[in-house]
Design a protein around this ligand. Sequence first.
Ligand SMILES: [Zn+2]
Length: 362
Amino acid sequence: MTAADPASLICPDCGPEYADRWRCTCGHPLEFADRPLPDGPAPDPAAFDTREGLWAFSEFLPVDQHVSLGEGMTPLQEAPAWDAEFKLEYVFPTGSFKDRGATTTLSRAVELGVENVVEDSSGNAGAAIATYAARAGIGAEIYVPASVKRSKIRAIEAAGATPVRVEGSRQDVTDACVAEAVGGNAWYASHAWNPAFFAGTATFAFETALQRDWAAPDAVVTPLGHGTLFLGAYRGFRALADAGWIDDVPRMYGAQAAGYAPIAAELHDDTAGTNDVADGIQIRDPVRKEAILAAIDATGGDAIALPEAPVAEELDRLHEAGFYTEPTCAVAPAALRTYRDRGDIDADEDVVVPLTGSGLKA
Ligand SMILES: [Zn+2]
């Protein structure tokens, strides 16, 4: 492979390699055939130029192009009331961690010579893909439910992307989007399917480890829908541990919304209830469910479902403490409380919790 060749993809389930496809012919999500990974002795943390944002780790990202708006290197902030560190993922150009994946996904789209992308999301992912497509000079259609509130697609339209309203369920929206991509009219810039998105979210782990001088936390607690941050973070920490830059991968703990908790349901019986506060993670069928469960198993982590009331209370606490976040991300610090109550996370352990989206969007 020369530097000019975009990285190829492989099916981890049945093996074939592709120049580019949105999924395997067997239906499985694809991964990069080769990922540039850390190796050699751990560098002096000061060797990384944090002015470059997440692109300080560009040598570990499987793209040569940089479609950038100055994203990443979000603050890692002490949160004494939670006895944890919060990583302020709402400090991103579009106000959510989804920019980590959007910057790498649109970078890959440019490498492949893509002219139009499609994505299905009425939330943070839609806004991120639309915004980075605008930066790349690439057209974007964002498929959204017909019932979507005007306020939720304002950022999509402002970036010059076209919202495509689809009647029916959330799955009908995805199906319509996929039909467009499979039909060859566009490239599927999916936060759930595209491995470039997960390569980007791995920078969450690189940054966290760097900001802690290569001392990994004992545990990380994240919201868990499609697992774009959860799985990216796991892969990033795993790559650092394999290189010996950190001692071990943190235990990965997921926080799901009751009523939409397929991972927690695999692990526990107590997933009843509803949660419409955490509307950003209402995913019934995550594309990478097996990989998420494997990450939990490999790290000794877990996933639990939270009902609405404790998440709403946690959101108030965050706001009162100066963390002006959107409702969905309160699910993670609320889950931390539960994990501590259950004795899964000890009082003397280091915990990092991402605050994933800005309250200015809600
Ligand atoms: Zn396959």
